[in-house]
Design a protein around this ligand. Sequence first.
Ligand SMILES: C[S@@+](CC[C@H](N)C(=O)[O-])C[C@H]1O[C@@H](n2cnc3c(N)ncnc32)[C@H](O)[C@@H]1O
Length: 453
Amino acid sequence: MPLSPNPTPEHSLPPGVSVRRRAIVALLAVEDGTAGSQIAVREALGTPPELAGPDRGLVTELVYATLRHQRVLDRWLAHACAHGLCGLDTEVLIALRVGACQLAYLPRVPAFAAVDATVEAAKGLVAGRAVGFVHGVLRGLARRRPEPGATLPQAGSPTSLPDWIALRSRRLAAICGLDADALHAAFDQPAPLHLHVPAGDAELVWAELAAAGVAVAELDGVAVPGVRCADGGGVFATSAFARRAVLAQDAASAAVVRWLAPAPGARTADVAAGAGVKALALAAAGARVTAIDLDGPKLADAAALARQAGHPLDATIAGDASTDLGLDREAWDAVLVDAPCSGLGTLRRRPEIRHRRRAADLPRHHALQARMLAAASDLVRPGGHLVYAVCSFAEEEGPLVVGRFLAAHPGFVRDPGGATWVRPLLDAAGDLRTHPLLAGMDAFYAARLQRSH
Ligand SMILES: C[S@@+](CC[C@H](N)C(=O)[O-])C[C@H]1O[C@@H](n2cnc3c(N)ncnc32)[C@H](O)[C@@H]1O
């Protein structure tokens, strides 16, 4: 079908239409795999930002909420389309999801705006004849718009976690003594913004932020050193953020670094350092950090970040950390393996993960993680510490990796350390388990090990 002639350029659209057009374009990029949600939203917002604050917020909310609730929305939509969703053009399906998402989950958006502005936004993106189809389907859904908070009619289960993820979420709930339904629901909510002051007197930085009008609050029910929860994104415009005195870092990620707790001057390897958020926090704590990653450009970012913050890294090494990289053996005081993983624990920040990952990915992750942990363990000196961490709650990527490692490496034992703040985060085995019902944290797993001989 031909596209509508001459689609109107985004900047000349009315703001309400432009918002929805940008959301649809971002979701198309996520759907075809050319971008993850974070990059797609950033590109949709434009550089320099072309939309006013509330409109920017709505683009972000539409993209994230649509991805988060996609499975439920598709079930709702399937009942509203005479021939189901199979065979629909991707552009049509995504325009329908964006419209349905507003009707289902954004009660403050009037039905006429959800329908009409979405249809206007779809013009030029969907084939000409499909515009009427999108309009008809959304008008039908608007007549059956649920009360705020009510379950969508004919959409089945209100959770949008695929079964294999829901199963692992139930296991996490059982291990941590949580209500499984509440945990599922929490994975469908946006994540809060946590701030981490990696070095120095955090109180001074909180006071500086307060003076700049940024409100921060203690975490609820847990106290990770140097971490607070922010109320809104004002922090990103502050000088404290610009000079990296404070990082936007989930409390779970900060907890992993704080748990390793290298002494000042400790020779520390950050294996799988990525773009270096944890490496910076380790260096800021006074450790001499060598960052290792397969991805050279990410390491360059890590080095630049640490330099900019005034805590330069000792070295960066690009290489495959599941192999012997020729580093000094048994010579490092502290080693962090922040292993590549499914990322299930960050579902709220990257909601597309639930659609992209498969249970069949887990054995592959497990095998790589096991090799990386074994290779990294060769670096640790007797008495030194090794933290293995993943942003996942799949047993296959966490305790099963560590359990097998310990069985094969009798020189290592679990050593959760004596810090009192970490105790509420530990499970019966002494491993760290975080989840969204605990101060809104990402769902991480970590084990802290010590080489005894
Ligand atoms: C969880 S991310 C690291 C995040 C990072 N530590 C941080 O805090 O910002 C995992 C990293 O593992 C890296 N990676 C994947 N396979 C690897 C391998 N075989 N050797 C080394 N690094 C690898 C990826 O490039 C990615 O940066």
